[in-house]
Ligand binder design. Structure first.
Ligand code: C2E
Ligand code: CA
Ligand code: CA
Ligand code: CA
Length: 278
């Protein structure tokens, strides 16, 4: 992303305005940030437990604010959704991530790319065409792209989402249900939506070693995935003990700080080479 010199002067004005809260400042600065592409995409590895290899990457957006430094997505996605800026931002993320990913595929790696999508993008009606465009422009095959949707999206746009996801799936894309288990109506959505992958929320993984009920739940979700023919990814794996517990449960895919933190595209080839077994 390019940090434009001019914008530094303008946003510095906001920073010294003590009457403005951080959130208000971020909201005020967001339109210019999108215009000037003050964003970057980092990639977190997803590993196969048995393969002991990196099999996928999740694209996660960051905002390099000229005054406040790196702003995490939890702080600005919601703001972007509130005023319609999420669609151009999401288009930029899709374009950037597929372009970066095309370079990695050209290096001969067998990988999948996960991209998070916003409910507003679905409601705007351009999710499927934007995905198709990014795939066409980058040359990334559709079956390498995983579209990550959360339960909160369903609450707001279920009908539209159902048809979008069916379209994307017909194109060959993989559909994953993100943060699975965080809401309470997950099972109903599983029955209604075309889903290939369950990403188990990290809240469940945190207690897997200490809380027998929590561990039983994780095992049950892994089994549910197997029964429904869905892959299961455990999110937020931070310790070797958690990884061993997941391996015993025959959970196939893991993501989390133990395996690797989100990183710049340019750092991925060396990281993956070092990670792979000899
Ligand atoms: P998510 O999709 O659940 O992404 C996983 C989040 O968990 C990431 O936070 C990642 O950095 C964090 N994480 C990964 N491993 C661990 C771990 O071992 N321990 C802990 N404590 N955390 C871990 P991040 O990057 O801050 O993203 C937060 C959320 O923002 C994402 O949650 C996703 O919902 C949203 N988001 C990120 N990028 C995009 C985007 O391009 N578009 C949209 N619409 N949403 C995005
Ligand atoms: Ca490229
Ligand atoms: Ca995700
Ligand atoms: Ca998640």
């Amino acid at each position: 992303a390019k940090a434009a010199g001019k914008s530094c002067v303008r946003t510095a004005g906001h920073a010294i305005d003590s009457a403005m809260g951080r959130r208000a400042q971020l909201a005020a600065d967001l339109p210019a940030a999108i215009e000037q592409e003050q964003f970057r995409v980092v990639y977190q590895p997803v590993a196969g437990v048995e393969e002991r290899r990196i099999l996928g990457l999740e694209a996660l957006v960051r905002w390099d604010h000229p005054v406040l430094g790196t702003v995490p997505p939890d702080e600005f996605i919601e703001l972007a959704e509130a005023d319609g800026l999420i669609v151009p931002l999401q288009q930029w993320v899709l374009r950037t991530a597929t372009a970066d990913f095309a370079d990695l595929l050209a290096g001969g790696r067998d990988l999948k790319l996960g991209v998070n999508v916003s409910v507003r993008h679905v409601q705007a009606g351009c999710l499927a065409p934007d995905v198709a465009q990014a795939l066409a422009d980058s040359g990334v095959p559709p079956d390498r792209l995983m579209i990550e949707v959360t339960e909160s999206i369903m609450l707001d746009a279920e009908d539209r989402l159902q048809s979008d996801l069916s379209t994307l799936r017909d194109m060959g894309c993989i559909i994953s249900l993100d943060d699975f288990g965080r809401g309470y109506s997950s099972l109903a959505y599983l029955a209604r939506l075309p889903v290939d992958v369950l990403k188990m929320d990290r809240e469940f993984i945190g207690g897997i070693e200490t809380d027998p009920r929590g561990a039983a739940l994780v095992a049950a979700v892994v089994e549910l995935g197997r029964t429904l023919g869905m892959d299961v990814v455990a999110e937020g794996v931070e310790t070797a003990g958690q990884l061993h517990a997941l391996r015993d449960m025959k959970c196939r895919y893991v993501q989390g700080w133990l395996l690797g933190r989100p990183m710049a595209a340019q750092d991925l080839p060396a990281f993956m080479a070092a990670f792979d077994p000899a």
